[in-house]
Design a protein around this ligand. Structure first.
Ligand SMILES: Cc1cc2nc3c(=O)[nH]c(=O)nc-3n(C[C@H](O)[C@H](O)[C@H](O)COP(=O)(O)OP(=O)(O)OC[C@H]3O[C@@H](n4cnc5c(N)ncnc54)[C@H](O)[C@@H]3O)c2cc1C
Length: 333
């Protein structure tokens, strides 16, 4: 098949390496020198390593910091979540390496599938804008801002997060090694305004880079359709982001694998995606009930317990140990 992949983020750059035997071209809106992967670069090493191996690369070559614990500050107290594989890695360099040797049309913003008359299939890997798919009804996009910083006075040497009230987002500190870190925040109403700048001042930070974009937390079940004529969505364009954490790297790569396994059969692809990300819909309803102020621990306990069981039985996938008592503490935020 002749396949166009629109978007050179983690989903697009991974996908073009998973389409052996096909004629593939990638279209990216940014010029090569301005292209950047906006992200905090946190992921689970055991899980991502096997996928990166499939494209002939060694994930360990990109690891910047291996986590031991994550401090979770929930306002009235804090707990330490033991980490089981959570790392930060140079996501930008890994994406760059995955793009090498492929035909990339830099600086090409795609607005419609009509431009691809001679292609058999067009993949929408554009992430948040989902440029080739219909708009999501009741979409939820959480604005985020992040600084990559350097300082000798950083307050933590491991992962730290502080959720905002009503689970409307969180502040994060992800170490990148050698006195550098990603310090960022996402909140539905941008309630972090000024907070990050105060942090920079307080800890005497040199700003290496300031980036930001909203992240979609509406899961696949609410992001349908996944197709539009010969266009088919993959990654964040169809909501493969874990709603409670805004974590989208591994889910977007998993989504690519599902697309590759069902290439040419969009109906089966859509069915598989709905099954695969069913738990994300549960997590989303939990987060939504918090956002809307409708959460009750008694009423929503079965949902909370299902999420806990999922995360507990997928420790390697999330890279951290989950305890029910901690989940309950978080549900009060
Ligand atoms: C601030 C922030 C921090 C995050 N931190 C983490 C984290 O630590 N760990 C984690 O797992 N997830 C994190 N996420 C989520 C994760 O980064 C995304 O879910 C994931 O990168 C989605 O990958 P994608 O390839 O689908 O989309 P993207 O990475 O957004 O890539 C889309 C690409 O398409 C291009 N594009 C868009 N529109 C067009 C168009 N019309 N034509 C051509 N090209 C186009 C864009 O320029 C971009 O290069 C974070 C998100 C944000 C915003």
């Amino acid at each position: 098949m002749k396949i166009a992949v629109v978007g050179a983020g983690v989903a697009g750059s991974y996908l073009i390496n998973r389409l052996d035997g096909h004629e593939v071209e990638c279209f990216e809106q940014r010029q090569q020198e301005k292209w950047y992967t906006v992200c905090a670069w946190g992921t689970s090493r055991p899980y991502i390593s096997s996928m990166v191996k499939k494209v002939g690369l060694n994930f360990d070559d990109y690891v910047l910091h291996t986590g031991d614990k994550m401090i979770v500050d929930y306002g009235t107290g804090s707990f330490e979540a033991p980490l089981k594989g959570l790392v930060t890695y140079d996501k930008h360099r890994l994406c760059e390496d995955m793009l090498k040797g492929h035909k990339i049309h830099w600086g090409t913003q795609v607005r419609s599938v009509d431009a691809f008359g001679d292609f058999d299939m067009v993949v929408d890997a554009t992430g948040m804008p989902r440029s080739l798919l219909p708009k999501v009804k009741d979409d939820i996009l959480v604005p985020c801002l992040e600084y990559q910083v350097r300082s000798s006075k950083l307050p933590w040497d491991d992962f730290y997060i502080r959720p905002y009230r009503g689970m409307r987002g969180y502040f994060w500190f992800f170490p990148l090694g050698d006195g550098t870190a990603h310090v960022g925040a996402g909140e539905l109403n941008g309630a972090y305004r000024g907070e990050l700048e105060a942090f920079l001042k307080k800890y005497d930070c040199e700003v290496i880079r300031k980036i930001g974009r909203p992240v979609r937390i509406v899961p696949p079940a609410y992001c349908q359709p996944f197709t539009n004529g010969k266009a088919v969505g993959v990654g964040e364009s169809i909501g493969t982001v874990y709603p409670m954490l805004g974590e989208g790297i591994i889910p977007s790569m998993q989504c690519v694998e599902t697309l590759v396994q069902n290439l040419g059969d969009t109906e089966r692809y859509s069915e598989e995606i709905l099954k695969q990300y069913d738990i994300y819909a549960k997590v989303f309803r939990f987060v939504k009930s918090k956002i809307d102020g409708n959460f009750s621990l008694v009423r929503n306990f079965p949902e909370l317990f299902a999420i806990y069981m999922h995360m507990r039985s997928n420790t390697e996938r999330y890279g951290l140990e989950t305890h029910l008592s901690d989940m309950i503490k978080l549900s009060h935020v």
